[in-house]
Design a protein around this ligand. Sequence first.
Ligand code: MN
Length: 214
Amino acid sequence: MDSRRDFLRKSALLSLGGIVTKAVSEEKLNAIEKMSGENLSAATFILPPLPYAYDALEPFIDKQTMELHHSKHHKAYVDKLNDALLTTKNPGDATLEGIFKNMNAYNDAVRNNAGGHYNHTLFWSLMKENKDAKPNIPTGKMADAINATYTSFDEFKKAFADAGMKRFGSGWAWLIAENNKIKIISSPNQDNSLMSFAETKGIPVLALDVWEHA
Ligand code: MN
């Protein structure tokens, strides 16, 4: 969990006085600076680099899919989130988690793009190179929770795949944790289980993008 937290932190808000990345245009920064205090998000999200090369997941996910998905789709979520926040009143905590907790205070552009940014950042961090296709079987407490809830890892995999297959339209399949219990759910579009209006709330543990582009 620690490396995941570090990874998410890297994609978190950067203050205006902080690092300015190539992902943020001069024009956008000027626009942010001109805004009054009440609208000022004082923050810019950045596209985190993938934690591996675009071809690292071949033959399971090809290089072209990964490159488009990260450099075009994920980047668009980040850019549109920054644009949407320029004209959004900042109710306080403008971290991704803060936005999700207070989701009703934001419009659909923030909902879709903050969700898209968080979901993809988590998704990338959950995968790694495995050229030999060595089985990666959970151990320890996660194995115990999976066996207790789904009888076996094989049954868990079936239930997880099923959640993705049954999601009508675009969305995500999730394994979430809440009150020491795990649960498989799915969400539409870029919603996730951290959003204040989520039917089933919990901490996302495993994410599977079931959009066509994935
Ligand atoms: Mn996607």
